[in-house]
Each structure stands twice: as C-alpha cells, then as structure tokens.
Design a protein. Structure first.
Lengths: 219, 220
C-alpha cells in the first residue's frame, strides 16, 4: 500500500482503459476468492461418521482425530495463502494472459488441497500420502511467489514494487510456507509422524517473517 | 498463529487513497466470508435424502428421516442468523488489519464445521456426545464472532467510532447471545434431543425478534 495517488487506476492517464483494467483485476480476485472459499469449505467433507444405527459415536469421533488434525492444518494454510493472495493483488493494477495462467496454477494447487488433506487424514501413516500433501502445499506457495515475481517484478503489472510493506510480507510468507513443507520431506526417513509435527513449525516461520517485517518497517 | 497486529491502518501518508483501499479490502474480506457461509449453508442439504431401494412411499420415508430434516432446519437457521449478524457487523467495520482477518478465519473454521456436526445430530441425535459436540461447535461461531467484534469496535479501533455505546455493545455481544441460545438448552439433555431441538428453534426466533427491536430502537 501507500501507492502514490497518481498510481491509482482511476486516476491514471486515459481513465477509460485503466478503469477497464482494474475491473479485469477485480474480476480475477473475485474468481480466486470464490475458489479459495469453496476449497476451504470442502476441507470439512472427509469429516463424516458412518451412517446407520448402533454406531458408537464417541469411538468413531476419536477415529476421526487424524482427519480433524489435517483439516485444521489445511484450514490455516489455505487461510494464509488467501491472505497472501490478497496482499499480492493489493498492488496489481493490470492483468495479462500470463497473470491469468499463473493465478490458475496457484488455484490448481489450492483446489487440490481438499483431496490431499483427506489423503493425509486417512492414510497419514503412508509416506506417499504425506509427501503428496507437502508437495501440494509447497506448490501453491511457489506458484504464489511466481505470480508476485511476474506481476510486480520490474513493475510489470503494477506501478509499485514488490518491496512495499504488506506485499513484501505476503510474498515472504508464501515463500517460507513452501520451503517449510518441502524441507519437511527430508524428515521422511524418521517417520511420517515427525514430518507431520514439523509442519507446525510453519507458524514459527510466519512469526519470524512478521517480526522481521515489523522491524524493517520501524527502521 | 501470527495474529499480532499490523501497524494501525489509515495512518499512511496519503489518507484518502488509504481509506478507499481499506474499505475495498474490508469488502473483499466480507465477500470471501459470504462465500464460505454460502457454501457451508448449501452443503447442509447434502445430508438430505431418502433411501433408494425401499418400497415405502415418500412420505413415510421422509418421516423415518425426520431427525436429518430437523437437524438441517436448525443448522440452516443458525448459519443464516450468524450470516446476518456477520453482515451487519461488517457494515460498520471500516478498516482492517491482519489480526481481524485471522479472527474472522477462526470464526469461519467453525462455520465450515457445521455440515459435519449437523450430520452428527441428524444421524446420531440420540447420542449425548453428538448433541454436545454440535452445540459446542455452533456456539463457538458466536463466541469467536464476539471476539472479533470486540477487537474491531472497542474504542472504535476498526470502525464504529461514532456509534452509540448501546449499539456498540449490541454488535459486540450479538454473537455470544446467539451462542447462548444454543448452549442454554443443553441443560435439557436428559430430556432427549427432540426437546432440545424444539427449544433451539423457538429461541432462535425469539432472539431474532429481540435483536431486531434493539437495532430499531438504536436507529430512531
């Protein structure tokens, strides 16, 4: 934020096409928000008890424990990616075909998450399930960083640079999320539980990024 | 979660631009939340259905599934009432910061869980664990909504600076009031799920009437 008034789309020279461009960007964010919202809601679908009478409810609920854990992790991850997406698009003023495709690439990984989340929830003891999940989370993060680099690098689709406050924070957070999940795969030989626990360190990573961001801002 | 607050918004060098951006971003947060509410309330209907095979007529089959249908009705009302309260709350929020977004996401987490907990009482309404879990999950939405409202409106932090104290209290406590509508009847648990569900429906309507009167009195 903090873009100089000139840079605002409405005030750009030749208001007509600029306004059209900003409407185009608004449409991309609205579409993306819809996808994010649906994906984050579908995360809960694997949470289900067997139907029929005579089901021992409390016991079945305990059996859902791993699914519930993966639901919570993915909810926070998608939430954070949504915040990151918002942060990046704060500065995007124009769109082009490549931006659309990069955005779709990000959404591809977001849409995959309800599936990979149910994989970890139900087969969390299998390495392949854990690896696929970690890669799908990391894929979304790298796609978001790629999107930011394309749109804001060299001010291609924006009049402001990546290093502006909230956007910088968003990009860094996306990057560390991706890195944490990729790095967690190195722990696979120690067992899937270790890998799953290591994912919690993403919260520490976010906290560090935010602290650094606050310090840079204060300086 | 990283929910320490951003530098206070609206303090940027170019006030006007900042404010416009802020309200656009608040609208985007509200729109995203609307999307989650809308999908969750629609998924509630997935549970509805009657067995394909049986020779019984539709009316009897629906009768046999009455627990599923009443669970749907209650959750639809609950999510609807929460959405309306959320909608009103966001109409007075003018600025945002990251903590608000996270508090909002926590509330949405419990909204997202409602289709699951609804299927719990629809299928296994007889089990105490099912009814208790359902109640806690629904009440958690209200509690987190009050938390978010208190954060946003106390001292006019993110909006409602010119609001009367009475209205501010109403906006802040509204979520908890809806939560109480669900938590209170839990004492009737020994009487069975049907009694609790009926009480919920009556109380939801009453709470709506009371809230409507408060808002009307505040506006005149």
């Amino acid at each position: 934020m903090g873009a100089d008034a000139d840079a605002s789309p409405g005030a750009a020279p030749g208001g007509g096409p600029a306004r059209e461009q900003s409407r185009e960007v608004a449409r991309i964010t609205a579409f993306s928000d819809g996808v994010f919202a649906i994906a984050i809601t579908l995360l809960a679908l694997p949470l289900a008890l067997p139907r029929g009478d005579g089901v021992e409810v409390w016991g079945e609920l305990q059996r859902l424990g791993p699914s519930f854990r993966s639901f919570c992790i993915s909810f926070v991850v998608i939430g954070a990616y949504w915040i990151g997406h918002r942060g990046i698009f704060l500065l995007v003023e124009r769109s082009d075909r490549r931006l659309l495709w990069l955005n779709l690439l990000l959404l591809f990984f977001i849409v995959l998450l309800p599936f990979t989340t149910s994989l970890v929830g139900e087969h969390g003891d299998q390495r392949i399930a854990v690896a696929v999940y970690a890669l799908s989370v990391a894929g979304a993060g790298f796609a978001a960083v790629g999107l930011a680099a394309y749109a804001l690098g060299g001010r291609r689709l924006s009049s402001s640079a990546v290093d502006e406050g909230e956007v910088r924070l968003a990009v860094w957070r996306n990057l560390v999320t991706a890195l944490v999940f990729v790095a967690s795969l190195a722990l696979l030989p120690l067992g899937t539980t270790v890998v799953e626990l290591s994912w919690l360190s993403v919260i520490v990573a976010w906290w560090l990024v935010r602290r650094r961001h606050a310090r840079v801002r204060a300086a | 979660m990283t929910i320490d607050s951003d530098a206070p918004p609206g303090t940027g060098p170019d006030g006007g631009e900042q404010t416009r951006d802020q309200s656009k971003e608040v609208a985007r947060i509200a729109a995203f939340s609307d999307g989650v509410f809308a999908i969750a309330i629609t998924l509630l209907a997935l549970e509805l259905g009657i067995p394909r095979d049986t020779g019984v007529d539709v009316w009897t089959a629906v009768g046999q599934q009455h627990a599923t249908f009443s669970a749907f009705l209650i959750s639809f009302s609950a999510v609807g009432v929460y959405w309306a309260a959320h909608h009103r709350l966001f109409s007075v929020i003018e600025r945002y910061d990251e903590r608000l977004i996270w508090l909002n996401l926590i509330m949405l987490l419990f909204i997202v869980l409602t289709p699951f907990t609804t299927s719990l009482i629809g299928e296994h309404g007889g089990a105490m664990a099912a009814v208790t879990l359902y109640t806690l999950a629904i009440a958690a939405v209200g509690c987190s909504m009050t938390g978010m409202a208190a954060y946003a409106l106390r001292g006019g932090r993110l909006g409602g600076r010119h609001m009367s104290d009475r209205m501010r209290r109403h906006y802040i406590w509204r979520g908890l009031k809806i939560a109480a509508v669900f938590l209170g009847p839990l004492v009737l648990l020994p009487l069975g799920a049907n009694v609790i569900e009926l009480t919920w429906l009556v109380l939801i309507v009453l709470e709506q009437v009371v809230a409507y009167r408060v808002v009307r009195a505040g506006e005149t």
